[in-house]
Design a protein around this ligand. Structure first.
Ligand SMILES: [Zn+2]
Length: 526
């Protein structure tokens, strides 16, 4: 199976869902996971049905159209509850004040809500497997009530109070799924740290053990010992890339598929995450198709992990890349584009280098309504060799981009580099006491965000891409305009001092707060 992440503001129409289901079947998968979070119109939560979220009617429709395909709901019933916590009626359910992404397991209103969501999905989805979430609940025992409970459990002789909190919350929910004649599934990560929580789950619980940088087999021991069935979960790495880390994704899928067969586990779920922030599902469909084929080959015992991957990247293995082969099947320009954006770009250094966390280029440019953060952290590399090389590769990729989806991803990369370069140019003029030239250097940036906004709209229309991205671009442009007017007003030294460029470009800048007290006084950043 593979899993489609709707949570980062994806807005697929019925047509897109049909396309995705057809791709799933054609690629040899037997099931499609839908990672929902707050992007499903649960009948019991009418207060949080965001624009274009998935509806029960669309699920009924695809279940009718594709009866051979198991459509598995992935809901979140504790952590990753942020879409509920940051909507007004859900705000009081949080574990921490206006922070994090976890609900409080000891609030009765939350338990009622979680049970309602579960009832909804079990009624609407026909799937045997019902995934109830459970990943990344790192905020366990942070509120006063949960903290006291955890302490109480430990004083009563339980070795791990947090494991008790987790197990006593999820165990009954898993049991509820089982009692309804279905199979409960949970993510495996929290058990690695809190293994005793497993004792609270029914033995039929299916563990989705995700390991995105190695084979899940290496850490699956605790589940095997308990006799639990496991699904190994690799990922197609888009969240930590400008587009996709192609060799690392292929390696992760292959290693997990090979080991799943070797270990005889229940199955493999190829996850995909976060196509908000200018990701685009259409551009990773060939990788999803390739992964489906790899899974089938592994199941037939015909796939081996490439030993070269143990020590190096896939660089010299291009000829044998199963992912590139699927791009080539679409056309030579697809393959060349994927090679440039998914392999060559990673060699440029700086922010393009492979890393395990969410792409800092995407985040700093668009996630915080202050694109100057991208300048703050990446200016040296972008005006240097890294920027030059990356721009060169991206400009070559623009030529090959076969359609608007691929062009959009490429243009995003180009725009990010250009914005940082323009901002640095503006900074240098500003520092020299040339506010007019500093403003002139920033002027093209307004156009950059206008263009990105159009690309976001196109992603939304073409493949049900993020509904938020175009508003992120509007926010970025507004901030650029605000900075332009500040430079016009204060760039001539009218305050008696020239605020640093870091300071004058920051959303919290206040004239005459020369010492930047808001920055020094850390807690006030709340
Ligand atoms: Zn709590």
């Amino acid at each position: 199976m593979w899993m489609y992440d709707l949570a980062r503001e994806q807005a697929p129409t019925l047509e897109h869902l049909q396309q995705i289901c057809e791709l799933t079947i054609a690629s040899g998968y037997n099931a499609l996971g839908l990672y929902l979070e707050h992007r499903f119109a649960y009948p019991s939560t009418p207060w949080m049905h965001g624009k274009d979220c998935l509806t029960p009617e669309s699920i009924e429709w695809i279940q009718e159209q594709f009866p051979q395909l198991q459509i598995i709901p992935f809901v979140n019933l504790l952590g990753h509850f942020e879409g509920f916590l940051y909507a007004e009626p859900g705000a009081r359910l949080n574990e921490k004040l206006f922070a994090g992404m976890q609900a409080c397991a000891n609030k009765p209103e939350f338990l009622e809500l979680a049970n309602g969501i579960l009832d909804d999905v079990m009624r609407i989805f026909k799937s045997d497997i019902i995934h109830i979430g459970g990943d990344e609940t790192s905020e366990l025992a942070q509120c006063a009530v949960c903290k006291a409970k955890a302490k109480e459990y430990e004083e009563a002789g339980f070795s791990d109070g947090k494991a008790e909190l987790f197990g006593r919350h999820f165990g009954p929910l898993a049991q509820k799924v089982l009692d309804a004649g279905r199979r409960p599934a949970v993510w495996g990560d929290m058990f690695l740290e809190h293994p005793t929580a497993l004792d609270k789950f029914p033995k039929e619980t299916l563990i989705f053990h995700w390991q995105y940088f190695e084979s899940a087999s290496k850490t699956a021991g605790i589940f095997k010992e308990k006799g639990l069935e496991i699904v190994y979960c690799p990922t197609i790495q888009t969240y930590n890339a400008t587009w996709m880390n192609l060799p690392q994704s292929e390696r992760n899928v292959t290693e997990n598929a090979v080991d799943a067969h070797k270990d005889g586990v229940f199955g493999v779920c190829v996850t995909t995450w976060e196509c908000g922030l200018f990701g685009n599902y259409e551009t990773i469909f060939p990788a999803i198709r390739a992964s489906g084929k790899l899974l089938q080959q592994a199941e037939a015992g015909e796939l081996q992990a490439n030993p070269a991957w143990e020590t190096t990247e896939l660089k010299d293995e291009r000829g044998g890349s199963a992912f590139l082969k699927e791009y080539l099947a679409e056309g030579e320009d697809f393959e060349e584009w994927a090679r440039l954006m998914g392999i060559e770009l990673l060699d440029c250094g700086g922010v393009f280098t492979w890393c395990g966390i969410r792409s800092s280029l995407k985040c700093r440019l668009l996630l915080y309504s202050n694109p100057f953060l991208a300048w703050l952290h990446h200016r040296d590399e972008m005006i240097g060799e890294t920027g030059k090389r990356a721009l060169n590769i991206i400009e070559r990729a623009v030529v090959f981009a076969p359609n608007a989806s691929y062009r959009g991803v490429t243009d995003f990369g180009k725009s990010a580099i250009q914005f940082i370069q323009f901002a640095e140019q503006s900074h240098l003029e500003y520092a020299k006491g040339h506010p007019g030239a500093a403003v002139a250097a920033l002027t093209p940036c307004r156009q950059i965000f206008d263009n990105l906004s159009k690309i976001a709209q196109s992603n939304y229309l073409r493949i049900g891409g993020s509904t938020a991205d175009q508003y992120r671009c509007i926010a970025a442009k507004l901030h650029v305009e605000k900075v332009i007017s500040r430079i016009k007003e204060y760039g001539d030294g009218s305050l008696g001092y020239l605020p640093s460029y870091e300071m004058i470009t920051h959303p919290c800048f206040v004239p005459h707060d020369q010492s930047g007290w808001w920055l020094i006084n850390n807690w006030a950043k709340e």
